[in-house]
Design a protein around this ligand. Structure first.
Ligand code: PLP
Length: 330
């Protein structure tokens, strides 16, 4: 599998560490390791760095002078896209959808929003339920009419190009495990716009690793989440030159930990954030990695991982804590 055939900017801090979590493992009674993709670099890091290495390389190849993307108000993807654009001297415009209805100052101006602006990006707000891809196309056309060369990145950077970043992560993780003689029984992580899981599943299958990937949902119900991941995995496998390598049953998502909706903190997610912070000194977030860890913790408590070695992929997001400070009061 020859990823070097694809344009890529080598800006991520790789390989990310693969570390044991002894205190959390003891608490949960099973062996849990963590893959630190919160440490990928570019505006603190997170899962978007790996995707943007491939996406922004395409932007450079097409001679773009501006990138545009969209997401929720506290989008991590927007913040990291803004950092890449700054590094490459491109303009960046981010369309923000109000998916929560929170009107407090920190949610709307701190955390990721603060950093979007620090990186020089412009932002524009839209009400929840807006057709964001359509709005982004309109905004891109308006910029093109002014002479800008705009590269449009879908929400979460989730298309076959972005997913290559997580094909690469699968290769990296298997390499680390092989070097250390560490058998991994399962990989668990938060899944949303689907590019992370699609890339991981495709990569794991393409090299016949035998490592199952379990996505913990943060937004969509299970059938929709799994279908989204599967569709993107199929397109990613085609791009890689191994069509058909992913079967529908390779895609597994558990969406029991979404709670009331996307971006709305849950008790189990907040408990997971506190446990990782207090037991391992690791910061999660209430929108993605906290809900992913809530699934990990609950399934471990139910004995689903008994006798297994689990790797939790930390996809980042802790910048969002500063937009969600209200969730930790009282
Ligand atoms: C911190 C974090 N974790 C997980 C995800 C989910 O990844 P994906 O959108 O590739 O499914 C995101 C997506 O925005 C994220 O920001």
């Amino acid at each position: 599998m020859h990823l070097a055939r694809f344009p890529r900017l080598h800006l991520a801090h790789l390989p990310t560490p693969l570390e044991p979590m002894p205190r959390l493992s003891k608490e949960l009674g099973c062996e849990i390791w963590i893959k630190r993709d919160d440490c990928t670099g570019m505006s603190t890091g997170g899962n978007k760095t790996r995707k943007l290495e491939f996406l922004m390389a395409e932007a450079v190849e097409m001679g773009a002078d501006m990138v545009m993307t969209q997401g929720a108000t506290q989008t991590n993807h927007g913040r990291q896209t803004a950092a890449f654009a700054a590094k490459l001297g491109m303009g960046c415009h981010i369309l923000l959808e109000d998916r929560t209805g929170y009107n407090n100052d920190n949610y709307n101006g701190n955390g990721n929003v603060l950093l979007d602006h620090l990186h020089g990006a412009t932002t524009e707000k839209f009400p929840g339920g807006t057709d964001m891809p359509a709005e982004m196309e309109k905004a891109a056309e308006a910029e093109r009419a002014k002479g800008k060369k705009v590269y449009v990145i879908p929400g979460g950077g989730s298309n076959p190009t972005g997913a290559l970043g997580y094909v690469n992560c699968a290769f990296e993780l298997v390499g680390q495990a092989n070097d250390r003689g560490l058998v991994i029984d399962r990989l668990v992580h938060a899944t949303g716009s689907s590019g992370t899981q699609a890339g991981l599943v495709t990569g794991m299958k393409a090299i016949n690793s035998g490592i199952p990937v379990l996505g913990i949902g943060t937004r969509a119900p299970q059938p929709k989440q799994e279908q989204m991941v599967y569709d993107l995995a199929c397109r990613t496998a085609e791009k890689l030159g191994c069509p058909g390598v992913v079967a529908r049953e390779d895609v597994m998502a558990n969406t029991d930990y979404v709670g009331e909706g996307y971006g709305l903190p849950t008790e189990s997610g907040l408990e997971a954030i506190r446990m990782f912070a207090e037991l391992e000194g690791i910061l999660l977030d209430p929108v993605y990695s906290g809900k992913g860890a809530a699934g990990l913790i609950d399934l471990a408590r139910k004995g689903e991982f008994e006798g297994q070695r689990i790797v939790f992929l930390h996809t980042g997001g802790s910048v969002g804590l500063f937009g969600y400070d209200f969730a930790f009061r009282g």
